[in-house]
Design a protein around this ligand. Structure first.
Ligand SMILES: Cc1cc2nc3c(=O)[nH]c(=O)nc-3n(C[C@H](O)[C@H](O)[C@H](O)COP(=O)(O)O)c2cc1C
Length: 229
């Protein structure tokens, strides 16, 4: 698959087919993703892969917590700034609107939204998932390394005909994940990622992106003159 096609066809898929992902495919993808860059080649990602019985057990335990209305685990990092300013606030709200519209859930329907969110903890039906941790000593640049690594994984999954959904949602049930993967205490769970073949019968609305000028500035030589002292 052409790289541009992989980038453009990657999206957060929230409906997976009941079709297993071969172990050798996961190994091929994760071996290649190890070539992702990281500052001073620290390779700060620490990944646990779940399929089969361990993943089924995780979904079961998480499902029980959701059903019991169990409180979320205390946070080890904030997912978003408490007060999102413009333009991020508007982008987040547009995303929420589109997502609930695709599910036919009204914005004020709190229960419907909870139901939609609970799909996270069933990995949206995916037969495989990974959980990406980082050492708690690491700083912002190493967290950025994790992002590069995870995007590389997601693009390689596209090359294999697979889809994915990165999920910070798992961080709120991090203790349940830890019961299954037994990470050392010095690791923090950044996110999970559901992996599998897409269930083409699940509706979705493709997210948009801000126009290039909003996020990218080509600095022209005229700028040198206009900013000259
Ligand atoms: C770090 C990260 C965490 C995310 N966490 C979740 C999540 O917990 N649940 C979910 O459904 N989507 C999650 N997403 C998916 C985003 O909502 C999605 O990437 C974004 O809306 C853009 O849509 P697209 O990926 O389909 O292009 C996450 C994405 C990233 C990069």
């Amino acid at each position: 698959m052409d790289l541009y096609e992989a980038v453009k066809s990657r999206r957060a898929v929230r409906g997976f087919a009941d079709r297993p992902v071969p172990r050798e495919v996961l190994e091929r993808v994760l071996s290649a993703a190890a070539w992702s860059p990281s500052g001073s080649n620290l390779q700060p990602w620490r990944v646990y892969v779940l399929t089969g019985e361990p993943l089924a057990e995780l979904k079961k335990r998480a499902g029980e917590r959701v059903a019991a209305g169990d409180a979320w685990d205390e946070r080890e990092y904030e997912m978003y700034p408490t007060a999102l300013k413009s333009p991020y606030r508007e982008r987040r709200s547009a995303f929420g609107k589109e997502r609930y519209k695709s599910l036919g859930v009204a914005r004020e329907d709190w229960e419907g939204r909870q139901r939609a969110a609970s799909g996270n903890w069933q990995c949206f039906g995916a037969p495989a998932a990974l959980f990406c941790y980082i050492d708690r000593d690491m700083g912002l640049p190493q967290w950025a390394d994790l992002g590069m690594y995870l995007q590389t994984v997601m693009l390689l999954l596209r090359a294999e005909g697979l889809h994915s959904c990165p999920q910070m949602a798992w961080s709120v049930y991090r203790k349940t994940v830890a019961e299954i993967v037994h990470p050392p205490d010095d690791l923090v769970l950044f996110c999970g990622m559901s992996i599998g073949f897409e269930n083409a019968n699940v509706d979705y609305i493709r997210t948009g992106r801000a126009p290039l000028e909003e996020t990218v500035t080509f600095v022209e030589s005229s700028a040198l003159r206009s900013h000259a002292a």
